[in-house]
Ligand binder design. Structure first.
Ligand code: AMP
Length: 282
């Protein structure tokens, strides 16, 4: 497996692979890989002939005072893990390669970016769509893999691909969790022992809410209230948002029908964790 740092070099490699008729899969990441990322890489390898994993901590998707500087970076570890999961190339551009002096173009998707994480992190999705659009143009994959862990991101990327007629199939992949339920995240390394324990309230609440729905509850407000109260019962938890929405358009839902997304963001100390659950209503 190669590590490639420039756009020119990766384009040359991809052109050669495509000439040989290979299908290209792309897995965009910010690195510090864990089993969640590896599940995307494995799926990409199953469905494609050649897999590119990008590792790029994208400055444009971080707001002021967020963790851009402190975000964990360990390229050697990442490259070993990516290789073991089946990656053919790790694309690791420097910031100046992606945003050279004089860079002045951004991609912005509206509406679905206005709520949930978009409301708490203004500008975040503009950074995401910009970097993902650039990666799509650089790698020109047939398929790109994204985790449902970032459920809103999947909705936003799908909207961008549809709106801008990008010929790329977006493949959403299920959330990978620790045995005790905590959703894997590179940011979990920020948690101390107490916060790590407290963080379990997120998945516990989501699973309980799912059970309520399976037992017939169809009132979105009751589900939301239940989760809010549950999480407020954890002294270390500081709620950013908890929403019950339509999983396609992210509009709030009072009466639950079709497919719903329960999405939440909660801070433990300085660490903001997100988690969610999609539930088909029968
Ligand atoms: P990140 O490095 O956090 O930007 O994540 C890169 C990709 O991995 C995104 O598509 C995430 O949704 C996905 N991902 C992160 N954590 C998980 C997880 N626990 N399960 C599944 N996918 C994940």
């Amino acid at each position: 497996m190669f590590i490639v740092e420039t756009v020119k070099e990766i384009r040359k490699i991809i052109k050669k692979e495509k000439r040989e008729g290979k299908k290209i899969g792309l897995v965009p990441t910010m690195g510090y890989l864990h089993e969640g990322h590896l599940s995307l890489i494995k799926k990409a390898k199953e469905e494609n002939d050649f897999v590119v994993v990008s590792v790029f901590v994208n400055p444009t998707q971080f707001g002021e005072g967020e963790d851009y500087e402190s975000y964990p970076r360990e390229l050697e570890r990442d490259s070993n893990l990516a290789k073991s999961a089946g990656a053919d190339i790790l694309f690791h551009p420097f910031v100046g390669e992606m945003y050279p002096n004089g860079y002045n173009t951004y991609v912005e998707t509206y509406k679905v970016t206005e709520k949930l994480c978009g409301a708490s992190r203004p500008g975040h999705f503009r950074g995401v769509t910009t970097v993902v659009c650039k990666l799509f143009n650089i790698v020109a994959p047939h398929r790109a893999y994204f985790g449902q862990k970032d459920a809103q991101q999947v909705v936003v990327i799908k909207q961008m691909v549809r709106d801008l007629n990008m010929d790329i199939e977006i493949i959403p992949c299920p959330i990978v969790r620790e045995k005790d339920g905590l959703a894997l995240s590179s940011r979990n390394t920020y948690l101390n022992e107490e916060e790590r324990r407290a963080g379990l309230i997120l998945s516990k609440s989501l699973f309980k809410a799912k059970e309520m729905i399976e037992n017939g509850e169809r009132d979105g407000l009751k589900i939301k209230d239940f989760i809010v109260k549950n999480i407020q019962g954890e002294p270390l938890a500081n709620i950013d948002y908890i929403e019950v929405v339509n999983s396609e358009n992210l509009e709030s839902m009072k009466k639950l029908e079709q497919e719903i997304l329960i999405a939440l963001a909660v801070k433990f100390g300085n660490t903001r964790l997100i988690d969610n659950m999609r539930i088909k209503i029968s």
